[in-house]
Design a protein around this ligand. Structure first.
Ligand SMILES: *[C@@H]1O[C@H](CO)[C@@H](O)[C@H](O)[C@H]1NC(C)=O
Ligand SMILES: *[C@@H]1O[C@H](CO)[C@@H](O)[C@H](O)[C@H]1NC(C)=O
Ligand SMILES: *[C@@H]1O[C@H](CO)[C@@H](O)[C@H](O)[C@H]1NC(C)=O
Ligand SMILES: *[C@@H]1O[C@H](CO)[C@@H](O)[C@H](O)[C@H]1NC(C)=O
Ligand SMILES: *[C@@H]1O[C@H](CO)[C@@H](O)[C@H](O)[C@H]1NC(C)=O
Length: 475
């Protein structure tokens, strides 16, 4: 996989729909009435045992290293471990499946890949197209549905890669927080995708994983399913450790550190927030007033599944001139057709200004030079900021903030209250969560699954923002 993956398609959907082959279903096009009814029924039956969950993380967001963060989860019975990319820009959990011929078999990340096999799991069941989950995901009955036919899925990501498969229902095993830095095993039945065909980098990548866990807001995501089964509250947080790899990923209400929040913009496909201004050093950039408007064509998206940060041309250009204003002597060159790179000796934090994004409700997000600059070899630095205007084919002016700016902060997604917030934090340390059942407060610590990986030659950039979820009968 090379750095170009990120350039390919910021807005793949126009290409896909132009072929007219698929019926595209946008997640917020309608309400999933029967799914919520079903889930309500389930939670009444099981009773509420709201717990906090500790999800072990590995990887790092460094563009010249892994470029992604991944989590370990258990699926099936007996349970097997799967390593899945953590992605707040998409909605479903899917893993590579046994009959898949285009799925990766090995990975350079130092993890063993596992294919999910419905036949190997005592509890695994196929989700058929006549089940409520299926008609809810597709907002209506599936045309051509006959009994016992699978409920298919197709997900296309922002870089043009895609996964095709069908939904299955099985047990997920997770670590329930049961004391300070202590967990016990818990399980819940969830519906997830069984990946039968992968394309793009999902099919052949040195940095292959077993799948992707989407932490989006839709009812099909694992957190929504756990929440409607009464197992957790719809609040999760991540602290991605750029320095050491891994970090903290937890479900539950954060008590410590205190986190200031900004409202999520309602009814959006992704986690959208209202960005108001950008400061470089002490200077507020002079930007066109409509540049951060929210809506279909614009908006600011928070996405842990994307490595870098993408800014509209009208922000990118003034930002770059401000960052480089004291360095007109730097000899800039372009690497991999995408990155502006230069030689620099000395501390970048002393030589370059910090960048601060200002959001509604006076929440700010500070990005230091050592975070937005990355070293590709000794004293050879590249700039992580990307121009989304150059890369978008349909002129969408999106602002997308990925791991480049989200790392080294505790980011809390409180879907119960429809707010998101963050605070600078040491992601190698621990946070405190409220155990809703007992009222106790427990510490949850950092993990790094990736300490054993081998050195890599290739660099990777991930751009896994969900672009479309659609249905197509191929099985
Ligand atoms: C998701 O489910 C909840 C209840 O569990 C329901 O209130 C909500 O409307 C559903 N959302 C969508 C988009 O269907
Ligand atoms: C789920 O957890 C319950 C309670 O701990 C346990 O009895 C059961 O065997 C588990 N089921 C699976 C499929 O792991
Ligand atoms: C440029 O250097 C001057 C003098 O050292 C300093 O005051 C200013 O903040 C620097 N500007 C930026 C954008 O780093
Ligand atoms: C932003 O904040 C202002 C006042 O603080 C408020 O009137 C406005 O509705 C907010 N906008 C959004 C999108 O939250
Ligand atoms: C972050 O926390 C870890 C674990 O508590 C500690 O070892 C480390 O020194 C801390 N780092 C900083 C910069 O405070």
């Amino acid at each position: 996989m090379d750095l170009r993956r990120a350039i390919i398609l910021l807005c793949f959907i126009s290409v896909v729909s132009a072929t007219g082959m698929f019926s595209v279903h946008h997640k917020f096009a309608g309400r999933n009435r029967s799914l919520s009814d079903l889930q309500l029924h389930d939670s009444r039956r099981r009773g509420r045992v709201l717990a906090s969950v500790d999800i072990p993380l590995g990887g790092n967001g460094h563009p010249s290293d892994t470029g992604l963060y991944y989590a370990k989860i258990g699926l099936g019975s007996p349970s097997k471990d799967y390593y899945v990319q953590v992605d707040t820009g998409s909605d479903i959990l899917w893993v590579n499946c046994a009959q898949c011929t285009s799925c990766p078999r090995k990975s350079n990340l130092g993890i063993a890949l596992t294919l999910y096999d419905l036949k190997d799991s005592e509890t695994g069941k196929l989700v058929t197209c006549d089940q409520d989950f299926c008609s809810d995901v597709y907002q209506g009955p599936l045309p051509g549905c006959v009994p016992n036919r699978a409920c298919d899925y197709r997900v296309v990501y922002g870089d043009g890669s895609s996964t095709d498969g069908y939904y299955v229902k099985d047990f997920v095993q997770y670590s329930r927080v049961s004391g300070n830095l202590l967990t016990s095993s818990a399980n819940s039945s969830v519906i997830f995708g069984c990946g039968a065909k992968q394309s793009g980098d999902l099919g052949h990548s040195a940095e292959a994983l077993d799948g992707i866990i989407g932490f989006g807001q839709s009812n099909s995501s694992m957190i929504s399913q756990l929440a409607s089964a009464g197992k957790v509250k719809k609040i999760f947080s991540h602290c991605l450790d750029a320095a050491n790899g891994g970090g903290i990923f937890a479900i539950g209400q954060v008590v410590q550190p205190k986190v200031k929040t900004t409202p999520l913009i309602p009814n959006q496909q992704h986690y959208n927030v209202n960005l108001k201004a950008v400061e470089v050093g002490k200077t507020v950039l002079d930007l066109p007033s409509d540049v951060f408007e929210t809506g279909d064509r614009k908006g600011t998206i928070i996405d842990s599944g994307t490595t870098l940060a993408y800014l509209p041309n009208a922000v990118y250009e003034p930002l770059m001139s401000a960052i480089l204003s004291n360095h007109t002597d730097l000899n800039m060159r372009t690497v991999e057709e995408q990155f502006s790179c230069f030689k620099y000796t000395g501390s970048v934090d002393d030589g370059f200004p910090a960048v601060s994004f200002q959001f509604n409700n006076s929440l700010s997000l500070m990005v230091y030079p050592h975070e937005y600059l990355f070293e590709i070899s000794e004293e050879d630095w590249c700039i992580g900021w990307q121009n989304s205007g150059l890369q978008s084919r349909d002129g969408k002016d999106i602002t997308l903030l990925g791991d480049l700016v989200l790392s080294n902060k505790l980011v809390v997604y409180d879907l119960e209250n429809q707010v998101i917030g963050w605070t600078e934090y040491n992601c190698s340390s621990s946070i405190k969560l409220l155990d809703e059942q007992s009222g106790a407060v427990y510490q949850v610590g950092a993990h790094d699954l990736s300490s054993a990986w081998s050195p890599k030659l290739e660099r990777v950039l991930i751009f896994s923002l969900l672009i479309a979820m659609m249905h197509v009968f191929i099985y």
